[in-house]
Ligand binder design. Structure first.
Ligand code: PHE
Ligand code: ZN
Length: 864
């Protein structure tokens, strides 16, 4: 009895099946903020409307608010506190609710609601942060028109921004001033935003295709102004692209972006006022890598595209999250593909899908793209919702073809503009515009787990016929022990092993049953199978293709992704054999890499991707039991062999890719990438001059890609002296630049050296380390926990370190802490000794008094 009383109240699961439309709508809300970092007063006037014939009270969510007054139609309200906010019994169809509350931005370490970051005040409301600002029905299917007034100290907060268009501003007594903003578009409260601070803007204008002029501003602290040109250019390119490719025009007169240093995610699409983690805005050659530049453009595009896919059409409930996120990721991926090498972009996207989403789908946190239940919605901003969700959209685009897909998208926006929609609505629009039946295809939204497709090709030399035997299985996942077959769109082509000619054109095969056969005629020479070209389906393909066939495809396939894929499979098979048997025939990989390196027709950017070995973790994912040390040794062994045997080619590639001056173009990016990859192989060869070469690149670099590439090489394999000197120079050169210091932390946390854990523990006590800044926490703790070898040290010290950090971080910022749990939840993939140690740490976290529901959900599921 006592136990039960003392036990923390188990948080209630929210279920998709329980969805009910709102009983009250709030067509208008006026907000008045008296802004102050220690205590901000928020007055809200809500016009509420009963939605039907019922007598349900009005429920308003509230979290951590100090109510000062609550009135209904001007008279003190009779309200009762509930476990999630307040409830007010009302008898009319329409009422005016006024509330006044006190909140404390400076004490807000969760970074949800109104919080302080680097001297400014800003908000984050998705998913459920608005209830930490004022009492409101905090659900995405309540759409309101907002008017916002802010007053603040003019010296500290000269700039006051909110959603929509500015409608007034003025000075007040006592050094204060005010500003008012109106947003004409109804929106859910998760898209509300305000920012107050001492900011400057990089300004420009954009003329939409119908001729409206939009004022653009990227707001930062003044020292950062010079680093905003790239983001601004990306914004304008995105705005034009969405007009050209999706027919979507911007709809307000103003579009502002603000960069903040403390942010839980990448960025947020608040209507007309995007708020960004500064790492996705600030970029210049000296501080940002090419990867950073690309990420800035992709995230700027992503948030901008949300203006239609997310804001004009929003989500009915949070189970529909992938409706906006999957579609918007697909849109930003297509945008990026159009800006440079589409092949390299696809390779990068598939690599990150395999690094983050496949393990998620194979582990204890697996969930469908449209989940059925959650404890804490913040835990569902996952690779499955975002990246697998984007793959599901991509498959529909493949099945429909570009014209019909565009027609489906137009129909979707047309039908649902100004409303809160569902995944089902999207699929229906695609069916109606495309004239296709997606009934079975919908399983991609409801069934979790990565399907496996096995493919076996048989050739009958005499008759010229070939037959492809396909089989699919979908593995069991938590709560879904058995699965139905999926619709798997496979782009397939055959090549002749003798002539290297294509045997017929590419086919799109829709595998719908457990098994299928595909027949080919006039196969006049032994065929080689190219399958899942362009990664047309997010599945694991198993074939019986041997090293010779894979090497053949890596040289002759006319789909660049398939070429890359063949090389990866060849490398993977070799590495897995090396782990299993302690040795493997490395010659086919060496020859295939030599071929790729010396093929003058290939783009250096592609070459750099193709010659990279699969990561330690991806090798681990192929094995029943991950042996981190054996994997590391096998991979290093193959790297050394490639480095030594091809050392002249690496040196030639290294010299050939040298540029005189930094340029951010696809070609220059490709050369830089190939240069650093070659440097890595020269170092792996054990060449006596490798450390000097790296150090010279480090010192002479006029850009961060070259500098960080060299630093990584030095940290992993440089001599003691060169390594420490480079780290020291880097640290002092960038002291005070938080984003670059994050690289300094993460490069060390990702090091393959044996003393990495000791170094990471030391760094966790460094004066520049803080768990309060999510970027910094991720740079050290997050990076370390994906360092397969160091994190999984046999004595469990890596697990203990991460658990300690997560327990501490949960007290400040549960959302960010919970996102770092998955590596500890991978215990089933390891030997008994490690599994026990990992479980012990998860259990220790679970026993921590006052654990957040974010952590409770992630850790609890990880132990199940
Ligand atoms: N909606 C944001 C995006 O993907 C992500 C985000 C979620 C940001 C929750 C903050 C909080 O564009
Ligand atoms: Zn998004």
């Amino acid at each position: 009895m006592l136990d039960a009383l003392n036990a923390p109240v188990a948080p209630r699961a929210v279920r998709r099946a329980d969805y009910r439309p709102p009983e009250w709508q709030v067509p208008r809300i006026a907000l008045d903020f008296d802004l102050d970092p220690t205590a901000t007063r928020v007055r809200a006037v809500l016009e509420v409307e009963r939605t039907g014939d019922h007598d349900a009270p009005l429920h308003l969510d509230g979290d951590g608010l100090e109510p000062l007054s609550i009135t209904v139609d001007g008279a003190p309200a009779e309200w009762t506190a509930t476990d999630r906010g307040i409830s007010i019994a009302l008898n009319g169809a329409r009422h005016r609710i006024e509330t006044e509350v006190l909140i404390h931005p400076e004490r807000n370490t969760q970074l949800m609601g109104l919080y302080a970051s680097g001297g400014l005040l800003c908000t984050q409301c998705e998913a459920e942060g608005f209830r930490r600002i004022t009492f409101f029905p905090d659900r995405p299917d309540v759409l309101s028109r907002y008017s916002v007034r802010m007053t603040a100290d003019k010296a500290r907060f000269p700039v006051l921004l909110a959603n929509g268009d500015p409608v007034g501003a003025g000075d007040l007594d006592g050094g204060r001033h005010w500003a008012a903003w109106d947003d004409p578009f109804p929106k859910p409260c998760y898209l509300f935003a305000l920012v107050a601070g001492d900011l400057v803007a990089n300004r420009d204008t954009f003329v939409t295709r119908s001729g409206r002029e939009v004022a653009l501003g990227i707001w930062v602290r003044s020292p950062d102004l010079a680093k905003t040109d790239h983001a601004l250019a990306a914004l304008k390119t995105s705005m034009r692209w969405d007009e050209d490719v999706y027919g979507r025009e911007y709809d307000l007169d103003v579009f502002n972006i603000v960069a903040v240093d403390d942010f839980n995610f990448g960025a947020m699409e608040n209507k007309g006022l995007n708020i960004f983690n500064s790492r996705y805005i600030l970029a210049d050659a000296d501080t940002a890598t090419d990867y950073d530049y690309d990420a800035v453009a992709a995230v700027v595009a992503h948030e901008y595209f949300h203006n239609w896919s997310g804001n004009r059409v929003t989500c009915r409930d949070w189970f529909q999250l992938s409706l906006k996120e999957g579609f918007t990721v697909y849109r930003d991926q297509s945008f990026s593909a159009d800006q440079g090498s589409a092949a390299v972009k696809r390779i990068e996207d598939v690599r990150s899908l395999r690094a983050a989403q496949f393990p998620e789908d194979a582990g204890p946190l697996a969930h469908p793209v449209r989940p059925d239940a959650y404890l804490e919605i913040s835990n569902f901003y996952t690779a499955t919702i975002y990246n697998k969700g984007a793959e599901v959209i991509r498959m529909m685009a493949t099945i429909l073809g570009p014209e019909k897909f565009r027609a489906g998208s137009d129909l979707y926006f047309d039908r649902h503009d100004g409303t809160a929609a569902t995944v089902e609505d999207f699929v229906c629009a695609m069916e109606d515009a495309g004239g296709v039946d997606l009934a079975q295809f919908r399983r991609w939204y409801s069934q979790a787990g990565t399907p496996r497709v096995s493919a076996r090709l048989e050739h009958e030399a005499g008759s010229g016929r070939a037959r492809l035997y396909l089989r699919q299985t979908v593995p069991p996942t938590p709560g879904q022990p058995t699965k139905d077959p999926m619709v798997v769109p496979l782009r397939i082509k055959l090549f002749g092993a003798e002539t290297a000619n294509a045997l017929g054109s590419e086919q799109l095969v829709l595998l719908k049953d457990d098994e299928a056969e595909v027949a080919f005629e006039t196969v006049t020479e032994p065929p080689v199978l190219s399958i899942n070209r362009g990664f047309s389906a997010p599945v694991i393909v198993e074939t019986d293709r041997g090293p010779a066939e894979l090497a053949f495809l890596s040289a002759h396939d006319d789909d660049p992704f398939a070429r890359y894929e063949a090389m990866q499979q060849l490398m993977l098979d070799t590495l897995v054999a090396a782990v299993r048997h302690g040795r493997a025939d490395q010659a086919p990989v060496v020859e295939a890499v030599r071929n790729t390196l010396t093929d003058p027709r290939l783009d250096p950017a592609f070459v750099a991707e193709a010659v990279l070995l699969p990561s330690d973790s991806f090798i681990g994912d192929q094995l029943a039991v991950v042996d981190p040390e054996a994997i590391y040794q096998a991979r290093e062994g193959l790297r050394r062999e490639l480095g030594q045997t091809l050392v002249d080619h690496w040196r030639a590639a290294y010299e050939g890719a040298r540029d005189n001056r930094f340029e951010y173009t696809p070609a220059a990016k490709g050369r830089r990438r190939l240069r650093t990859v070659s440097l890595g192989y020269i170092a792996a060869s054990g060449a006596a001059d490798a450390s000097d070469l790296a150090f010279r690149q480090f010192e002479e670099a006029d850009n961060m890609s070259d500098r960080q590439g060299a630093l990584t090489t030095l940290v992993n394999s440089g001599g003691e002296e060169a390594r420490e000197a480079a780290l020291d120079i880097f640290y002092h050169r960038y002291a005070g630049n938080a984003l670059v210091l994050d690289k300094w932390f993460s490069t060390q946390a990702l090091s393959s050296r044996t003393d990495t854990l000791a170094r990471v523990v030391e760094l966790s006590n460094h004066r520049d380390f803080t768990l309060a800044n999510p970027n910094r926490a991720r740079a050290l703790v997050g990076a370390f926990s994906v360092n397969q070898r160091a994190f999984n040290a046999e004595d469990g010290a890596g697990y203990r370190f991460v658990a300690d950090q997560l327990i501490a971080l949960d007290k400040l910022n549960p959302q960010t802490a919970a996102k770092l749990v998955p590596p500890l939840g991978r215990w089933r993939r390891f030997d008994e000794g490690r599994a026990k140690l990992m479980r012990a740490e998860l259990e220790r976290i679970l026993r921590t008094p006052g654990l957040s529901k974010d952590m409770l959900e992630q850790v609890g599921k990880s132990l199940d």
